[in-house]
Design a protein around this ligand. Structure first.
Ligand code: ZN
Length: 280
C-alpha cells in the first residue's frame, strides 16, 4: 500500500548514464533504476522520476524515452516527468508533445544548469505547449548544488532561480499552467511562499534540503496556509528518501498535515486514485 509519493527523483538516461563527475548526479550506490525501484518498493513509496536535458551547455544527451521505459517497467512504483533543453527552440516544443505521448505527466526545468531565464519571450512557446497539453512544470527554486564550490560556480547563474520576479511572472502570464517550485528556495524561500499564497496555480516541493535544516517559515507555512500545496520530494540521489522521511518525522508538523504533504496533495495534483484504505 503506497504510503507516500516522492515527486522529485533523478534518474540517469541516455548519455547521462555514467556521468559520475556531474555534481547533481554524484555517484552514490543504489542509483541504477532497477535498484531505485527496489528501494522505493521496500519503503512503499512511489517515485516521480526524471532526468534533465542540458545538452546545449554540456553536450550530454538525456532521453525522455528512457524515463518512459522505466515507468513502463515499474508502473506501480514510478511515474515520470519529461525534460527539454529550452535552447532547442521548436525541437524543444515538439519534444514536450512527445513527452505527453510517452505518458510522461509533466516537465522539469532547471534554470541554472540549463542556463536560461524563464521570462525570456523566446521560451514562451514551451510554456504555451505545456499549458495547452495541461502538463504541470517543475522549475528550480533557490541556490543549487550543481557545480557548487567550483570557480564561478561552473559558470552557472543563480539569478534565474528566483521565484520573484521570474516564476511569479510566468504564473501570472499562464494562470492555468500549474507550476511547482522545487525545493525550499533558499535564500528566497519567503518570496517563494509569497507566490504560493498569492497564486492558486503555484505549488512547491520540499526536496533537496535536509528536513532538519528547513527554514522556520517553510515549516510554519507548510503546516498552515499552504498545507494543500506542498509536496514530499527527496531530490534523490542528493538525499535518500529514507533519510528525508526519518527527518521529516521529527519535525513539528500537525498530524492532519503530514499525510497531505507525504501523499494526498500530490496524488490529487497529478490525478491518481488511491486505494480506499489510504484515503481515510
Ligand atoms: Zn533535483
Amino acid at each position: 500500500m503506497v504510503k507516500a509519493i516522492d515527486m522529485h527523483v533523478h534518474i540517469k538516461t541516455g548519455e547521462t548514464v555514467g556521468q559520475a563527475g556531474h555534481k547533481h548526479n554524484l555517484g552514490k550506490p543504489g542509483q541504477h533504476p532497477d535498484e531505485m525501484a527496489e528501494m522505493y518498493q521496500k519503503l512503499d513509496v512511489m517515485a516521480v522520476i526524471f532526468d534533465v536535458d542540458h545538452e546545449t551547455r554540456t553536450g550530454v544527451k538525456s532521453s525522455n524515452a528512457d524515463t518512459a521505459g522505466w515507468v513502463r517497467k515499474y508502473p506501480k512504483t514510478f511515474m515520470g516527468f519529461g525534460s527539454v533543453d529550452p535552447w532547442k527552440g521548436n525541437q524543444a516544443v515538439d519534444e514536450v508533445k512527445r513527452c505527453a505521448d510517452l505518458g510522461l505527466l509533466g516537465m522539469k526545468f532547471q534554470q541554472a544548469s540549463q542556463a536560461f531565464c524563464p521570462t525570456n519571450p523566446r521560451f514562451f512557446p514551451i510554456w504555451e505547449m505545456c499549458n495547452r497539453l495541461k502538463l504541470p512544470v517543475i522549475f528550480h527554486g533557490g541556490t543549487t548544488m550543481i557545480c557548487g564550490g567550483e570557480p564561478g560556480g561552473g559558470g552557472l547563474v543563480l539569478e534565474y532561480c528566483k521565484p520573484i520576479p521570474y516564476l511569479d511572472d510566468i504564473a501570472a502570464r499562464y494562470p492555468e499552467l500549474r507550476i511547482i517550485i522545487a525545493h525550499p528556495a533558499w535564500p528566497w524561500h519567503d518570496d517563494q511562499l509569497a507566490v504560493l499564497r498569492h497564486k492558486a496555480n503555484v505549488y512547491m516541493d520540499l526536496s533537496g534540503h535536509a528536513p532538519k535544516y528547513f527554514p522556520e517559515s517553510i515549516v510554519h507555512n507548510a503546516n498552515t496556509l499552504v498545507q494543500d500545496k506542498v509536496f514530499f520530494g527527496s531530490d534523490f540521489p542528493v538525499i535518500t528518501p529514507k533519510r528525508w522521511l526519518d527527518e521529516f518525522a521529527t519535525l513539528p508538523f500537525k498530524d492532519s498535515v503530514r499525510p497531505k504533504i507525504l501523499l494526498h496533495n500530490f496524488a490529487k495534483f497529478i490525478g491518481i486514485e488511491l486505494p480506499d484504505a489510504v484515503k481515510a
